[in-house]
Design a binder for this molecule. Structure first.
Ligand code: AHG
Ligand code: MN
Ligand code: MN
Length: 333
């Protein structure tokens, strides 16, 4: 049996590729450490509420925080003090945290500290998503450092708090997955060089919004449901309401995740998911696993962000399905 911990894997990968600084390695390891702490909190989420007698304060006299705020404060606080980061953008914060120049490092991190937060109350899978970018120029970092196109990412990944906790990341050299062994408190390599499999099994979309979909989405989903054994159709439908979990299943088993543009809110015809905190990191991982990610008309990783909390339509997963969706969009023009 070979046992590879995340720490050893990251160090060895770095050595294999002749990288010497070690800062990115350490930053990834920092995230893995924070993930273990969040995982511990997730595992006792239901209990914390029971133990906290007034609902707000637990037996230790600490305020019982919502898990998404807890995850945000823990991750951003831990990374801000690491000396490796100059700016932290978070879905939970209106503005990025700018690390004082004396303690600032050369990387920028964008975070969705707790993805799928609606699942917390029902003990279903949730996650943490991270995106790592290089600092742009000399001097103090600014918000512009967070607003870089996804193709600039030097690493991205997620943690999924599912039936076990897994840490999946890429530094642009393939996608690796680690499973947390809670008995020793280590992430152990469980998925080496993840690639989308040969054919599509699943599609993930909120079917309840079908009446709000645009024409290409409607036609693509109709195609997916058609009967054709040669193309393994109809595909199965899976949707858990946490992008991390749906993405993870689709990457391992073959599938596509869609949160398209819809016309539910006429003011917001952009979809729901955030470019910097959800779409970009997942697009980076998908491409690294041989998949693709699009808005329908544009490769996600080439979009130049204009706003920290910008939303985009996201179609991400197997390249064949992403291309097919784009074809449906082209045909409707
Ligand atoms: P978050 O909890 O970070 O706000 O993200 C939830 C996102 C995503 O994870 C999920 O796929 C999607 O919202 C579900 O939205 P709908 O309930 O509208 O389908
Ligand atoms: Mn999210
Ligand atoms: Mn979130």
């Amino acid at each position: 049996m070979t046992l590879t911990t995340i720490e050893r894997h990251i160090v060895e990968e770095e050595r294999r590729h002749g990288l010497t600084s070690g800062t990115l390695t350490n930053l990834l390891y920092d995230i893995a450490v924070a993930a273990k702490v969040i995982s511990r909190e997730v595992r006792r989420a239901g209990l914390t509420n029971i133990i906290g007698s007034t609902g707000d304060v637990n037996v230790q006299g600490e305020t019982v925080q919502k898990l998404d705020i807890y995850a945000n404060d823990l991750l951003s606080g831990y990374l801000a003090k690491s000396g490796r980061v100059c700016a932290i953008g978070s879905e939970e914060l209106a503005k990025p945290i700018m690390v004082p120049e004396k303690q600032a490092g050369k990387y920028v991190v964008n975070l969705d500290p707790l993805d799928g937060s609606g699942n917390i109350a029902v003990n279903a899978s949730i996650g943490t998503i991270f995106s790592i970018l290089p600092k742009l120029g000399q001097g103090a970092a600014t918000e512009a450092d967070c607003l870089q196109p996804g193709r600039n990412q030097v690493a991205a990944g997620y943690v999924m708090y599912g039936s076990s906790t897994v840490f999946v990341y890429s530094t642009g050299l393939g996608v690796y997955g680690f499973t947390l062994d809670p008995t020793v408190g280590e992430f152990v390599l469980s998925h080496s060089r993840i690639r989308y499999p040969g054919h599509c099994k699943f599609y993930s979309i909120n079917e309840g919004y079908a009446s709000y979909w645009d024409e290409p989405t409607r036609r693509y989903i109709e195609w997916v449901k058609g009967i054709d054994p040669a193309s393994h159709r109809p595909y199965g439908h899976r949707y858990i309401g946490a992008m991390v979990a749906d993405f993870h299943r689709n990457m391992l088993e073959g599938g596509v995740f869609l949160y398209p543009r819809d016309n539910k809110d006429p003011q917001k015809t952009t979809g729901k998911l955030r470019l910097l905190f959800e779409a970009n990191p997942m697009a980076f991982l998908a491409e690294q696993a041989g998949g693709a990610a699009t808005t329908g008309t544009e490769r996600i990783l080439t979009i130049t962000p204009t706003d920290l909390h910008q939303r985009v339509p996201v179609i991400v997963g197997m390249a064949s399905e992403v291309e097919r969706y784009e074809n449906f969009v082209r045909q409707s023009h």
